[in-house]
Design a protein around this ligand. Structure first.
Ligand SMILES: Nc1ncnc2c1ncn2[C@@H]1O[C@H](COP(=O)(O)OP(=O)(O)OP(=O)(O)O)[C@@H](O)[C@H]1O
Ligand SMILES: O=C(O)C1=C[C@@H](O)[C@@H](O)[C@H](O)C1
Ligand SMILES: [Mg+2]
Length: 180
């Protein structure tokens, strides 16, 4: 892969909660030997608190502002990176434009049942803290799907694959993309 510095050389993972952005991003960065940035983790580090607390104390609109500002910081030139984003990053038009400029954008997908199963294992996703998380997931997906589609260079259904297989597939496609 071309490792020349520049925002266009990044691999950027987008997709709904539980689709594997953090898990697969970490594996991809290890395969490439490049830094891994998880936007949710970066937000928590910079804010000195958890995403759940930010939602509870300042609300979602404030979280979105912070998220967009940190995404903007990542657009500065630097070494090639793998960047995992938060599931709702595509809800702001300006962030969608920025994502496309950041690099090769991969949309990780999974059906609602699998998302439900994967996100049940912990309680750090404030938007799913509801009596009926399945309906919430479906409603959010309906709203977000066109936005994910708009920015994606590659779409991958992760449901039949393990994270390593998914990462290998992304690497192959990214290599082709950066070479042409
Ligand atoms: N391809 C996969 N196959 C099986 N399990 C997976 C896969 N991808 C992720 N998982 C599991 O699903 C859970 C959620 O994955 P992960 O945290 O990576 O999702 P995410 O997209 O980063 O979510 P969020 O947007 O909330 O940060 C983890 O427990 C992970 O091990
Ligand atoms: O889908 C979403 O809106 C979110 C996903 C997570 O990655 C976090 O960014 C946060 O919990 C919000
Ligand atoms: Mg994540």
């Amino acid at each position: 892969m071309n490792t020349a510095p520049g925002p266009k050389q990044n691999i950027v993972l987008i997709g709904f909660m539980g689709c594997g952005k953090t898990t697969i991003g970490r594996i991809l960065a290890r395969m490439l030997g490049c830094p891994f940035v998880d936007l949710d983790q970066l937000i928590e580090e910079k804010a000195g608190t958890t995403i759940s607390s930010i939602f509870a104390e300042r609300g979602e609109p404030y979280f979105r502002l912070v998220e967009a500002a940190i995404l903007h910081e990542l657009a500065a030139p630097g070494p090639q990176r793998v960047i995992s984003t938060g599931g709702g990053i595509i809800t702001r038009r300006r962030s969608r434009r920025l994502l496309k400029q950041l690099g090769y954008v991969v949309w990780l997908q999974a059906p609602v049942e699998i998302i439900l199963d994967r996100t049940r294992r912990n309680r750090d996703r404030p938007l799913l803290e509801t009596e009926d998380p399945k309906s919430r997931i479906q409603a959010l997906l309906d709203h977000r799907q066109p936005h994910y589609r708009e920015v994606a260079d590659l779409e991958i259904d992760t449901s039949g694959l393990d994270p390593e297989e998914t990462a290998c597939g992304i690497l192959e496609s990214a290599r082709y993309h950066f070479a042409h």
